[in-house]
Design a protein around this ligand. Structure first.
Ligand SMILES: [Zn+2]
Length: 425
């Protein structure tokens, strides 16, 4: 379970972890512990961040959308898992593993409590104004201003593109599921790791480009950059592409059930190998691109990304690890201020309905999103959510760039927390 000493390590790591250029031929020169602002550290991180490119991020999202909405329990979902695994392999990411579990749907549809559930098409179409008086939202949030209808589209005919309609035609069936993870193994602390996640499944008869191609692509892009042979980290990083999020976080729950007790165990003994390093924190990415503001009074949305768009970093204030999670959230916030190129970040207390949930009482757990999940997405701020319109072509470069800024935020924070180093060419 959680070790309180790892909390102290957050702060200690940020102050002391040397992320800097080192000559491969010479031993690394330790950066001074103070002052906190160290140009060698910053330059090393900046070089890593510069390897995140808008076109590469877009190409990874595009690659995922070739499997339609990637609904769990279908061939298009399994094909997407295969494709993700092949990409991770091509990046040189180590210890690629498949986690297998059984999924049986609940007797009754999960409803809104579990990441969207399998709910039916709403009686009123998405985007319909349902009120302007404040209301309670998911995760303990408070929704204010114009609220519009949300829900899951289950109407195949709502998808007007016949090719995409055919691609998404196979219905889900219960049974075995797989999800893929890979790991950057730490040099001096291979027994400790941060988990960086996004969910590769979606639904709604579109392409699940934003929910959650946008978060999945962040995890894959970070796996690519950290797996480059000229990058080392002291601690390990696990990249997790969860399945079955939309049914109630079942992939992440299966991971916690299967792996929690294995943390930090050297296996085989004396080998220096840790199949399940101790969990130091979990950072989830879910719906990263669309921040066009509150719906207009008539329920319509502004066409462009709003100039005030931001990356929403959330922790759950009533979880057992709330204090530790909040600390982690502020570390990402500081990393954003220093290293993100375009959009700022905000921190909020109502993390909910995503794969960091199963971790929130065990370790520091946060989610990054385009908007607050409870107060904003839940009130209709993302009209593509679980709809046929969540396709690659819907989004502009300003939208994709918001996702890229979230990638910059997590990459720079994780580089600090794991003691990343970059060899000189
Ligand atoms: Zn999602």
């Amino acid at each position: 379970m959680f070790d309180i000493r790892s909390v102290a390590r957050f702060a200690a790591t940020v102050l002391t972890a040397p992320v800097m250029l080192v000559n491969a031929q010479q031993p690394a020169v330790q950066a001074p512990a103070t002052p906190v602002v160290d140009t060698a550290v910053d330059n090393g991180i900046r070089m890593l961040v510069s390897r995140l490119e808008l076109e590469k991020y877009k190409a990874t999202i595009k690659g995922l959308t070739q499997y339609g909405d990637r609904r769990h329990g279908t061939k298009r979902n399994r094909d997407a898992v295969d494709w993700i695994e092949a990409q991770l392999k091509s990046y040189g990411c180590a210890n690629i593993e498949r986690i297998t579990y059984e999924y049986a749907p609940p007797a009754r549809p999960a409803g809104g409590g579990g990441g969207g559930g399998g709910g039916a098409r709403p009686a009123q179409p998405a985007g319909t104004v349902i009120g302007t008086t404040p209301a309670n939202g998911p995760g303990g949030s408070r929704q204010r201003g114009v609220r519009t209808r949300t829900g899951v589209n289950n109407d195949s005919l709502a998808q007007t593109d016949p090719k995409l309609r055919a691609l998404n035609a196979e219905p889900t069936t219960p049974g075995q599921r797989q999800q893929v993870v890979c790991t950057k193994v730490g040099t001096t602390r291979p027994d400790e790791m941060y988990i960086v996640g996004g969910h590769m499944d979606g639904h709604g008869w579109g392409e699940a480009a934003n929910d959650d191609g946008s978060g999945t692509a962040i995890v894959m892009e970070l796996a690519r950059i950290f797996s480059n042979p000229d990058v080392t980290t002291e601690r390990s990083i696990r990249f997790a592409l969860w399945n079955n999020e939309e049914t109630g976080l079942n992939g992440a729950r299966a991971y916690v059930e299967q792996r929690q007790a294995l943390q930090g165990i050297e296996n085989p003994r004396g080998s220096g190998k840790y199949p399940e390093p101790k969990w130091l924190g979990m950072i989830q990415h879910d719906m990263m691109m669309f921040d066009h503001g509150m719906p207009n009074p008539d329920g319509s949305m502004r066409k462009e990304q709003r100039p005030e768009a931001d990356v929403n970093i959330e922790f759950q204030s009533n979880s057992k690890m709330s204090a530790e999670s909040q600390k982690l959230a502020w570390i990402l916030h500081a990393a954003n201020e220093k290293f993100a190129t375009d959009y700022p970040a905000t921190v909020g207390p109502h993390m909910t309905n995503t794969d960091s949930g199963p971790f929130q009482d065990l370790i520091a757990a946060i989610s990054l999103r385009e908007n607050e999940r409870g107060a904003q997405v839940g009130a209709g701020w993302d009209p593509q959510w679980h709809q046929v319109t969540d396709v690659y072509a819907t989004y502009s470069d300003a939208d994709f760039r918001l996702g890229l800024n979230a990638a910059q935020t997590t990459l720079s924070a994780i580089a600090q927390l794991t003691g990343a180093k970059l060899k000189k060419p």
